[in-house]
Design a protein around this ligand. Sequence first.
Ligand code: GTP
Ligand code: SF4
Ligand code: MG
Length: 415
Amino acid sequence: MAERTMRGDRLHIAIFGRRNAGKSSLINAMTGQPVAIVSDVPGTTTDPVFKALEFQPIGPVVLIDTAGIDDRAEGLGAERVKRAAAILDKSDLALLVVDAGAVDFACEDELLEKFRSRSIPAIVVANKTDRHPGSLSAWFADKPCVRISALSGEGVDVLRRRILEIAPGQWEPPFLRDLLRPGDTVVLVVPIDTGAPKGRLIMPQVKALRDALDGGALPLSCRESELPAALESLRRKPALVVTDSQAFAQVAGEVPEDVPLTSFSILSARQKGDLPALVAGVLTVPDLRPGDRVLIAESCSHHPLQDDIGRIKLPRWLNEYVGGALRIDTVPGSAYPEDLSGYKLVVHCGACTLNRREMLRRQELPAAAGVAMTNYGVLISFLKSVFPRALRPFPELFARYEHAAWPRRQGPGVN
Ligand SMILES: Nc1nc2c(ncn2[C@@H]2O[C@H](COP(=O)(O)OP(=O)(O)OP(=O)(O)O)[C@@H](O)[C@H]2O)c(=O)[nH]1
Ligand code: SF4
Ligand SMILES: [Mg+2]
């Protein structure tokens, strides 16, 4: 069952430290499985190793073993350190493994400073205490430290308890449960077109369904072609309608004005990131001019489809809106550039494969470069004139825009 929760929805616990400190031995001791290769050759772990497991009472977590952060060699060594450092962007909690016999802590101090500056709760794990049973160096004294032997397993239970003590209780808001009361009906509009994977639903749709069930609500799923029939079959109006963004214009025309309407992508953006900032970003779209650079970023790497949203439809709608050709780059998966300074706008997908920390980090980068950022669902609602209606389910956010000075022109509802 552990694998059924997506990695992006799990608490990310990452193990850092120097080469040979015993990081891989620790992930093996914590999982009771040979997850990572252990050897006395420094630099054995080259790429991060992910292990999903249930860690009660926290629930679904993913443990991440990383390469030694002290590998100063040019080339491959530097690349390993870079990959390990990138794990910082998604760490909800860090374990810093230190050899209990160590005498130099420069590298550890650097890491602790990185955890502190990113508000990542951390535990120092003094390992190999079987080899160094005496008292620890004074460096450990003022740190939240647990003594263990990953080899014998001694102290690993104490470490587990300490993790439970400091782990955040909630690391992401619910998908939509908080918008519904038990017994409310929520209609989920799921187009089954050429873009739909065969025989299954995509992750944001599955999450909406599951979260509605968890909240005791009554989810009713239909294709957009059956929406009028679905609405007619209900005795009471639904408390919420959630649609695939691509059907926004049609669905908005069929759902009565007084029924709250939003999209899977907007709900995903709210769960994974800072929705108000993504809404602020869309208000800069009227300032775009032909020739401006726009980055479209997705967080998974699916095979591009014939009428792909990120590669074909969104660029087409945006170009139509500005009345000329923008210079648009579309990047998949982990290829999110660090340097965004040349762009006027970043448009991100619903980020369902990322954890909240990573998406917030992805939002920080353009913000620091003075570049606006928005989200697929927010942008499509804007281009299809369903904005700000698509924000009405979020009263605080909606209130901010209800009386806002509206951009000069809204989308003509392009198709
Ligand atoms: N005595 C003793 N040896 C340990 C302990 N933990 C790890 N080791 C040994 O230390 C060596 C390095 O362990 P690893 O778990 O591979 O260390 P690592 O931090 O993953 O190393 P890299 O992948 O190279 O960064 C191995 O020979 C382990 O058997 C421990 O608690 N006690
Ligand atoms: S493109 Fe984004 S929102 Fe869509 S499935 Fe991939 S990660 Fe999720
Ligand atoms: Mg290792």
